[in-house]
Design a protein around this ligand. Structure first.
Ligand code: TAP
Length: 453
């Protein structure tokens, strides 16, 4: 054990809890527990594994408010958002409870017999998750991993470990066998790194920065580990002049300032057709100035603080007064507050338009026509999400097919659902979470051929 870790509440800067801080030995012990639990867990009948996942979902739902308040305080997110996220955790386990009995294979004709395929679990899977959506991002990985018969070691971010620790306890109480779901709290540079290098870990599922993701891919190469990476984004919200401009402007703020902008799907580049630029900016101003920023536990709050003082400094480094067109409000006093800020008009070449700020800062960039909108949207190393606002259905489909990104929404800003695949193009990562596709990343296809001669 590497001593203890003080977990800070971003809205008050006070210590929320103190938890044991693990190191390499704790990771090795957790991997050993997961390895020991694996043969029995994969042998649990599909129906019984489904029942256990449903019981886990029920247990989390029963404690939903407890989980939500803890998440809201530890991550500094509005309580309404936290309830929504824990609700999604419940839904994810219920959705993947349907998977063990539906992991179907193929029957393939062959000369002199028959071949069948079966989907086998991988073994021990390491899950490394960030601080922005602590439990729900963990659940996106845990649901398919456990449903497919793997055992797991989950490493939450040191800034936000509390709901993962609560989940570990609740899972045992719900009947998951000992060793199936293990949590280790500790730094990424030691604990995360050890998971990546450990010879008994078959796969790493990671969400976080592109830089750390690239290191994980390199580290995993030595043991040919399977890796899925959900990394950063700099997504475009493309608004054409023929769109419902009031609606597009009314919902644009929460698509970038939701979770205080600490969202890989944040539509942080708002591309607006030049002929509608001024009208759009007027409506946007009202919407940004109306955002309620404050105490995460206040039911009316729409945006909380940033996660840490260091992160606030990084966010502030992208903002200069020269480009600041709109600035919302934020509380004074303790807490890592930063007001929602709109930079406009911006070029796509400006630093704030190119790098993932991961804070409540949006760049509004004018475009001339459809071709330029597509070119600007794609002029980024990332490709995670995005939106298209237009009343022209054919154009919506044309642009959607041309934008290089993993998830896109037309006339809405919602791109994450339990039932649909989620993941990136380009440097936003590879692999898909959620929906039916996630199961492909937690199973191997085995071919068994049977000679009939
Ligand atoms: P990262 O450093 O990527 O951290 C994400 C997770 O990886 C944490 O659990 C972290 O552990 C762990 N980690 C760090 N170094 C590691 C290593 N060498 N080996 C294995 N695991 C390691 O992200 P961050 O520092 O929290 O945020 C930095 C930037 O990343 C943000 O500003 C944002 O741009 C981006 N980010 C993106 C996302 C999404 S959803 N795509 C989420 C968070 C951050 P510890 O933190 O406990 O050390």
């Amino acid at each position: 054990m590497e001593g203890s870790l003080q977990v800070v509440e971003p809205a008050t800067e006070r210590v929320l809890d103190t938890v044991p801080r693990g190191g390499v030995d704790e990771v090795d012990a957790a991997v050993a527990r997961a390895r020991a639990a694996y043969p029995a867990w994969r042998a649990v009948s599909p129906g019984d594994r489904a029942t256990l996942l449903r019981k886990l979902a029920d247990a989390i739902e029963h404690d939903l408010e407890g989980f939500a308040v803890l998440e809201a305080r530890n991550a500094g997110k509005p309580i309404g958002d936290a309830r929504g996220e824990i609700g999604m955790v419940v839904d994810v386990f219920r959705y993947y409870a349907g998977a063990p009995e539906r992991l179907l294979g193929d029957t393939i004709p062959m000369a002199g017999g028959l071949a069948v395929t079966v989907r086998e679990p991988l073994g021990v899977v390491g899950l490394i998750v960030p601080w922005n959506f602590p439990l729900v991002i963990a659940a996106w990985k845990l649901g398919p991993a456990l449903a497919a018969g793997n055992t797991v070691v989950l490493k939450p971010a040191e800034l936000t470990p509390l709901t993962a620790l609560r989940l570990e306890r609740v899972a045992l109480e719900a009947g998951l066998p000992e060793g199936v779901l293990n949590v280790v709290v500790g730094p990424g540079s030691t604990c995360g790194q050890r998971l990546v290098e450990h010879p008994d870990v078959a796969k790493i599922a990671f969400t976080g920065s592109t830089e750390v993701g690239a290191g994980i891919a390199r580290g995993a190469a030595d043991t040919i580990k399977r890796v899925t990476l959900e990394l950063g984004g700099k997504s475009a919200n493309i608004v054409f002049a023929d769109a419902d401009l009031e609606q597009a402007a009314a919902v644009a703020p929460l698509a970038v300032f939701g979770n205080a902008g600490q969202d890989c799907c944040a539509r942080s580049r708002i591309l607006v057709e030049r002929s509608a630029f001024d009208r759009f900016m007027e409506s946007l101003e009202d919407a940004v100035e109306g955002l309620r920023v404050g105490d995460p536990l206040d039911e009316d709050t729409q945006m909380g603080p940033l996660i840490s003082v260091a992160h606030r400094e990084t966010v502030a480094s992208f903002v200069d007064d020269r480009h600041t067109a709109i600035r919302g409000t934020a509380p004074d006093g303790p807490g890592f507050w930063y007001p929602p800020t709109v930079l406009a008009p911006m070029s796509n070449d400006d630093r704030a338009s190119r790098e993932e700020i991961f804070g409540p800062v949006a760049c509004v960039i004018p475009f001339r026509d459809e071709a330029e909108a597509i070119a600007l949207a794609n002029d980024t190393p990332y490709g995670l999400s995005g939106s298209i606002w237009t009343r022209d259905g054919a154009r919506a489909i044309r642009v959607a097919r041309a934008v290089e990104t993993g998830v896109l929404s037309i006339n809405s800003n919602t791109s994450v659902r339990v039932t649909t695949p989620f993941g990136g193009f380009k440097q936003s990562g590879y692999g898909r979470e959620l929906g039916p596709h996630a199961l492909d990343h937690y199973t191997e296809v085995k071919t068994i051929s049977w000679a009939t001669g």
